[in-house]
Design a binder for this molecule. Structure first.
Ligand SMILES: [Zn+2]
Length: 272
């Protein structure tokens, strides 16, 4: 992509007493100068025959970017074949629904280690990802916020290197929480971007999908999301590193105050 887009996860908070749906949410976000929305398919796929046209038309009219977050009920390291099939089905259903509204990236958490070693888990997840059909939507594997959940930076980057239709979704807040507060200064952000460039090439830095918010965490990783100003997340160092590495793509803000924090980042980015 030739730009870095800023957006939010789901429907905006907007004006009090106004209720939004995807279409009116897109219009609202465009009106405040944001560019993207990630449709939360986390509990169900909520692009239906009833709303798909309105969402697609509004997206096109506003030159807006759409991605989607896939189901939370996915484990590509499940022991039972039935659970694996259900997981694959949920991922593909999300991809097909996103395609109907011309969205690009379906983001999901690939699975859990359960009783397996990281190596066994990696190999199982890799084999199962290769069973997915390619619908022309990018499958984006997300870095996860808990050490029990598969998805360290290294695991995600390595899978994306091995499987052609997989791309990373780098959740910087998850990386921070997973390692009990590891992103302390500029160099910590720069190192991640350096690693992605080295392993996936400059083209990956020019087409990144990023999740970010303030985050509350402990020794077991992520607890809950926070507004940036109520957290220890170094969003200024983060933005500076994105500029220095000339990162393009899309940043989805998952803070509880959604569009306010997304605008905080966008305004900072534009001012640097
Ligand atoms: Zn996620």
């Amino acid at each position: 992509m030739d730009k870095l887009l800023f957006g939010i996860s789901g429907i905006p908070i907007g004006y009090p007493s106004t209720k939004y749906n995807y279409a009116t949410g897109i219009e609202f976000l465009k009106g405040i100068n944001l560019d993207a929305m990630e449709l939360p398919f986390v509990r169900s796929v909520n692009i239906t025959d009833k709303n798909k046209e309105a969402v697609l038309n509004t997206k096109k009219a506003n030159d807006f970017y759409l991605s989607a977050h896939g189901s939370y009920y996915i484990n590509l390291n499940a022991a039972e074949e039935e659970k694996l099939e259900k997981s694959l089905e949920r991922i593909e259903k999300g991809a097909l629904a996103l395609k109907k509204v011309e969205g690009r990236s379906l983001i999901f958490h690939p699975g859990y280690y359960l009783q397996d070693t990281p190596e066994t888990t990696y190999n199982n997840i890799k084999a199962n990802l290769q069973r997915l059909s390619d619908f022309g939507v990018d499958y984006r594997l997300e870095t996860t916020g808990k050490p029990t959940q598969f998805g360290s930076l290294e695991e995600i980057v390595s899978l994306c290197k091995e499987i052609e239709f997989c791309e990373p979704c780098i959740d910087f807040s998850h990386i921070h929480a997973r390692n009990n507060g590891s992103l302390k200064e500029y160099d910590d952000f720069a190192r991640i971007l350096e690693y992605i460039g080295e392993n996936l090439g400059d083209k990956a830095l020019k087409d990144m999908h990023i999740h970010v918010s303030g985050i509350n965490y402990g020794i077991k990783g992520e607890k809950n999301h926070l507004p940036f100003l109520e957290s220890d997340f170094k969003y200024d160092a983060f933005i500076k590193a994105l500029i220095d590495y000339d990162v393009k793509g899309c940043i989805i803000c998952e803070s509880p105050i959604l569009e306010k924090d997304s605008l905080l980042l966008k305004n900072l980015y534009d001012s640097m």
